[in-house]
Design a protein around this ligand. Sequence first.
Ligand SMILES: [Zn+2]
Length: 228
Amino acid sequence: MLSGIVQLFYPRVCAGCGGMLSENEQQVCRACLASFDRFPDAASADGAIQEVFRRNQPRSEDICRAWSLYRFHKNDRLQTVIHTMKYGGSYRLGTLFGRLLADMIDDDFPEEPVTCIVPVPLHRLKKIERTYNQSEILAESMGNVLCKNVRTDLVVRKRYTGPQAGLTLQERRGNVDNAFMVVSDRIPEAVLLVDDVMTTGSTAAAVVRSLRSAGVRIIMLATIALAS
Ligand SMILES: [Zn+2]
């Protein structure tokens, strides 16, 4: 009865196609999820991400392992869904993708121990504007499944940067260069870094550099989608 009333006022619709969700679907309908270009396995996702790093970021050796659920294509439904997750106030989408990512990682965890999960931080003013950091929601969801601590106190974004979209590789690098700083003296041994989408890897590489210079030895990366 109560859920019927809630349904009436807050209809559960798919963030991809706008269709009504059935009772056992959450945030995104089964047809939309199936339409996303999913990596066949963890190894091929790792290979694709490492290749992007080798091509665009000279410090690719810094990431020992990487996971991604999907390949991101312009104008597919995944783009709509991720846009809604970042700007549309739908933090629950982050929980959904965090769970899917954690399942992928759980089946494939490498020898190296992950001490904690670190979301790519937003500048504090941008977090106020958007009200939440989508990477933090992802990280928390993953932390719950993988039973790992999420550290949001480790690294901050000290520069307020414009969006990366629409910039060239050089501009992307310049935009995030020295944008991050490690501010805690509790330095973990191994970090699983979490970002929503990776394009050239410039943002991830900038965070990795700051973690490295603070003494983090092992860095892994997880992202919902690889856009390349
Ligand atoms: Zn749908």
